[in-house]
Ligand binder design. Sequence first.
Ligand code: ADP
Ligand code: MG
Length: 618
Amino acid sequence: TISKTKLPFQAEVAQLLHLVTHSLYSNKEIFLRELISNASDACDKLRFEAIDQPALFEDQPQLEVRVAFDAEAKTLTITDSGIGLSQQEAIDNLGTIAKSGTKEFMSKLSGDQKADAQLIGQFGVGFYSGFIVADKITVESRRAGLPAEEGVRWVSSGAGDFEVDSIARPQRGTSVTLHLRDDAEEYLNAWKLKSIIAKYSDHISLPILMEKEEWKEGEDNKGGAMVKTGEWEPVNKASALWSRPKKDISDEQYVDFYKNISHDFEAPLAWSHNRVEGNTEYTQLLYIPAKAPMDLWNRDKGAGVKLYVKRVFIMDDAEALLPSYLRFVKGVIDSADLPLNVSRELLQESRDVKAIREGSTKRVLGMLEDLAKKQKTASESGEGKIDVGSGESVPAPEPTEGVTDVVDKKADHGTPAAEAAADYADESGKYARFYAEFGAVLKEGLGEDFGNRERIAKLLRFASSTSDAVSVSFADYKSRMKEGQDAIYYITADTLAAARNSPQLEIFKKKGIEVLLMTDRVDEWALNYLTEFDGTPLQSVAKGAVDLGKLQDEAEKKAAEEAAESFKPLLERLKEALKDKAEDVRVTTRLVDSPACLVVQDGGMSTQLARMLKQAGQ
Ligand code: ADP
Ligand code: MG
């Protein structure tokens, strides 16, 4: 054992502490998260070491964390029954910085106090964050398995040095006592402490206990105060659902948890829960909601995925964990590798995060593929047709088509959403439901995630000149292509009705060639990134001179050439008359009934995109 010794902090610690004690913090309260997380880590370590040495549990098998305060002494104490610290460990672990995350943080310090204070607020600095609120910290500990006399007391006021001494400590584990600064007395309040614990540590799987308080009237009914009852009660839910084995979790529990984290009233369409092992270890529990939130179109929003590190909450909407086109996904990712004090900036750069992002993206695409496989097509199920829009449905200009559209929508809404959602077993309609809500967002992936472009393209569905339902995949289309057809034809328009009645479709209708109808605002942009599917080029019927190639017979080609010849003088006059308005005027074979139509030059901006940009004021 050691006798009372004064030791200097490692230079980096001293620097860090100076910063901690000399800066103002926007979120002081993170100190509690850090200390509870250390307590929880210490319990995890004991549990792990005790696998081989059950004697380490001594006569106290209970792993728990207790948070207590003494309003008179102005102290706050966090006690755990974890592995504890030996005297040497206290010197090593509480006198130096071993964490790579903190070192990285230190390297980013600029020396500008204000900027650095902001940085530190984002990071949290582990054990030393106690000095944000305390002007003195006392740690008393004994390592599990060591005799009571080999306990240690570590004391520091967060200046250049700390003091260690041996103490007798019968009880295993660690107590960290914070002697609070005058401006931190708000933490001497049970309600305040509970609310911080609920915010950051609810999912710690150990019980976090606080002593129950009761209101007691003063003498002669004068005044009164909360007094401790000596009874301890858990203040966290200890419900880290994702850290439990799948087989122990019911569908209902999964759904409840989803509702809890998403604030959604409806059940999700699907979820996926996995523990990923290997170079990067993490647990993912990801959900596909049944309904789009109001702010789905805000691309800055970030995915609804919460990041935890070893069951400690780190941040909401961690956008680095999933690409933006999967921002509808909700859930939890719990990393075993990231430092607790990771910031959004660091997340962007971390290799672990990159691996998590790739793994999670694949997982979500896999879930969607699964739903798509189980989706019955409209003809199989005889279900109504679905109208996909981006929320703002434009009234259809053509009365006949307009009516069809309205009927389609009614048919769709005819299935009560809640009922369908409650029935997780029935997978047959889920993909259509997903697609109606989120299909347009998914398309952004074509431009955003080149590595998965093929998989995304396979997940896309469209209406077509022969199908009202938004259910035609590129593969379906290809399987129905006419002999001699060598392109996938599509048209973009504001509404289904406008697309279907476009004069540019006439020749395709006549020849019985299917054309995909694209009416989402993102289609035009997204298709810039998809020039072919499975070896077959995509061709807009509204661009350039549509070459029907082998689909056109000799007589038709000849007739077209002759017409071009005989109409030459007329074309010249039209070109002259439309000089400022049209680049070119030519004879076409694409029209059957209409006398003329506008087309865009190959490689030119489509009329729809041009309109979109104009609307956006460009
Ligand atoms: P980190 O938890 O990321 O390692 P901290 O600064 O929070 O960094 O803690 C530093 C070290 O101090 C820990 O790694 C651990 O060895 C030790 N430590 C802190 N709190 C406790 C505790 N309650 N029980 C046992 N060891 C602890
Ligand atoms: Mg820690």
